[in-house]
Design a protein around this ligand. Structure first.
Ligand code: FE2
Ligand code: FE2
Length: 293
């Protein structure tokens, strides 16, 4: 590796923002098996932005709760620890990576739309297959590509070239990222999550969503779903679902691994599944609005 790339990698590592205080406190609290719900809501309530996000998401179509949730206490009681953790990790990461005004970035709106779409698709897939925790997959999808935001912030001018070259040449974005910056977004995203000590599933999904076979066994199914959802999300974004050759999808690495886990995947009508993704657009728009993207 040239010295120049080494410098860029070091700059990337130095750029990784510190974990937001409320998230750090929550993660420590969650390691305590006897954590009381009250203690959780006390931590969240100290951060007005986090509290607002918890309430907005609790009241969104995502949960379809019958009555309006008015307080963080109530949200925590109704949704439980696992859901609240997912919401807080997602919102905290979004906030931490939000650029300050005047900072030039790549198209973040498009980027987050892809991320939210991947989350929605992943949740639908896991529901269809009847495996894993559907909502956790949603949050994993939302965060799978955060390494791109970091690379763009560290080397915005170079990242513009990365995006251009990926579009022009027939190569993957990871190859161009490695060639021009020294490391790819999957690995960089995992660096951030490791630094923040997020649950290992988040780290593994970020790190291996382009190389499912290398995922440690415990998190391989989750990574396979995100990887496959990532592919479907691009097709949906490009508006190609109506005339897409779905047999090509059955060669995807994520799909192949899911076939090993469950026979049900062969029964899923992928064409129909893709066409039905249009019905997810409202849900995607709503989440974009909540997160102010
Ligand atoms: Fe990716
Ligand atoms: Fe992606």
């Amino acid at each position: 590796m040239t010295g120049d790339l080494k410098i860029k990698i070091q700059e990337t590592i130095d750029f990784l923002p510190p974990i937001p205080a409320v998230m750090a406190e929550l993660l420590v609290a969650l390691n305590d098996k006897d954590i009381e719900l009250e203690a959780l809501s006390h931590i969240i309530s100290k951060d007005p932005l986090m509290s607002m996000n918890v309430l907005k998401i609790s009241n969104s179509a995502f949960y379809r709760l019958p009555n309006k949730v008015e307080t963080v206490d109530r949200a925590v009681t109704l949704l439980g620890i696992k859901e609240i953790t997912g919401i807080c990790i997602t919102c905290g990461t979004y906030q931490a990576l939000k650029p300050s005004k005047n900072v030039e970035t790549f198209d973040l709106h498009d980027f987050w739309r892809h991320s939210v779409t991947t989350g929605v698709v992943a949740r639908r897939l896991s529901e269809e297959l009847g495996i894993l925790d559907h909502n956790v997959l949603y949050f994993l999808g939302l965060l799978h590509d955060v390494g791109k935001v970091i690379l763009d912030r560290v080397a915005h001018e170079t990242y513009k070239v990365v995006i251009q070259e990926t579009l022009q040449e027939n190569i993957t974005i990871r190859e161009v990222e490695k060639r021009l910056i020294g490391e790819s977004h999957d690995v960089v995203g995992a660096w951030l999550m490791e630094k923040w000590r997020l649950p290992i599933t988040f780290v593994d999904v970020a790190k291996y969503h382009h190389s499912v076979n290398e995922t440690p066994e415990d998190n391989r199914a989750a990574t396979a779903i995100i990887s496959f959802a990532d592919r479907l999300s691009w097709i949906h974004y490009a508006g190609l679902e109506s005339n897409f050759d779905v047999t090509l999808l059955t060669e995807h690495g994520g799909y192949l691994f899911l076939e090993e886990v469950t026979d049900i995947i062969d029964e899923v009508d992928l064409g129909k599944f893709m066409r039905e993704l249009d019905s997810a657009n409202d849900e995607i728009d709503e989440m974009m609005k909540i997160l102010q993207l």
